[in-house]
Design a protein around this ligand. Structure first.
Ligand code: NAP
Length: 303
């Protein structure tokens, strides 16, 4: 860019991002990496920096940083534990995003990209859920996430983008695929649930779509997942097959695998809206899974 009335070239300042959970979270790390590669100036905020659920601390930090976009990838994601500790889950999943939106509103600057989940839906359907469908969570985790997305959209609608995603796998933090592969290395068979169907999603793909949405300062609700659908058993089988492990997947029903939190039987998300924005459909999850597994192999070979 040239400054007016001069031939001097002026470099446009890089946009500033503040990523909550950006140093340690599965999605947070993918966002930090993707934003940095895209030339953003990135700061992260997490447990190591102070108590992010302390509103005064959060407000100060936001005022100091003055980010153009805040990506909120911090959350209480332990679905089981949320049933026993609903107040903790609510603090992270609802009170924190509520405070973020209020602070950005009072600062008068800064866009918010907030993340939510397929678990806001009941699961009582057999076609993909769209952004227009009515959520009806069946777990504490789902309820607190729904309350969080409703809060930010109510407080800061004109500057907030809520991205619902699902079934994340990717580098940097323990996830379902990694857990299964770790077990498969030492076992002849693993039991995996076959009667829950969802949208497996690569954290790095999600980070790219989220940065694209942030660059256009998109607002409203967006479903962002890889293409296709799978049961947990199918996802496990594909990961094991691609990794050439000699471990068998034994499909079991949710009843045979009792858990405290109820999970939606069907939580596939429709991505037509995102596909229209990107001008292409998100790639199918098996293709993304292959990229993730190759990256693990490469990392192992470099060790
Ligand atoms: N993972 C999935 O399959 C999935 C599916 C659907 C939607 N989502 C949504 O996607 C978003 C990102 O999820 P994720 O899987 O990346 O989560 P994650 O890996 O569990 O990361 C959560 C982040 O929140 C931070 N955090 C949690 N409690 C905290 C506290 N009390 N103080 C400070 N930081 C705290 C964690 O910090 P520490 O590392 O210090 O604990 C971590 O950085 C969330 O909104 C989640 O609801 C995830």
């Amino acid at each position: 860019m040239k400054s007016p009335g001069s031939s001097e070239t002026v470099r446009e300042a890089a946009p500033k991002a503040l990523v909550l959970g950006g140093a340690t979270g599965l999605l947070g790390q993918a966002l930090t990496r993707t934003l940095t590669q895209a030339g953003w100036h990135v700061e992260t905020l997490g447990r190591a920096d102070g108590n992010i659920t302390d509103i005064a601390f959060l407000t100060n930090r936001l005022a100091q940083s003055g980010p153009d976009v805040v990506f909120n990838a911090a959350a209480w994601t332990q679905v089981e534990e949320a049933e026993a500790q609903p107040e903790q889950a609510r603090l992270l999943n609802c009170t924190l995003p509520d405070a973020l939106a209020r602070t950005l509103k009072s600062l008068g600057h800064g866009h918010l990209v907030h993340f939510s989940t397929d678990f806001v839906f009941s699961g009582q359907k057999n076609v993909a859920w769209t952004e227009q469908d009515t959520p009806k969570p069946i777990s504490v985790y789902g309820s607190t996430k729904l309350a969080g997305e409703q809060a930010v959209l109510e407080i800061l609608a004109e500057r907030t983008c809520v991205v619902r995603t699902a079934w994340l796998f990717g580098p940097g933090r323990k996830n379902f695929v990694q857990t299964i592969l770790d077990k498969a290395k030492h076992a002849e068979s693993v039991q995996v649930v076959f009667d829950q169907t969802g949208s497996p999603t690569y954290s790095l793909d999600l980070a790219h779509w989220s940065v694209a949405l942030a660059e256009k300062r998109a607002t409203g609700l967006w479903h962002a997942v890889n293409g296709g659908q799978a049961t947990w058993a199918e996802l496990a089988s594909e990961a094991i097959t691609l990794s050439r492990c000699r471990c068998r997947v034994v499909p079991v029903s949710s009843e045979q695998w009792p858990q405290k939190a109820k999970r939606p039987a069907w939580s596939v998300l429709d991505t037509s809206k995102l596909a229209g924005f990107l001008n292409h459909a998100p790639r199918p999850w098996p293709q993304a899974l292959r990229d993730y597994l190759y990256s693990i192999l490469e990392a192992d070979n470099n060790d």
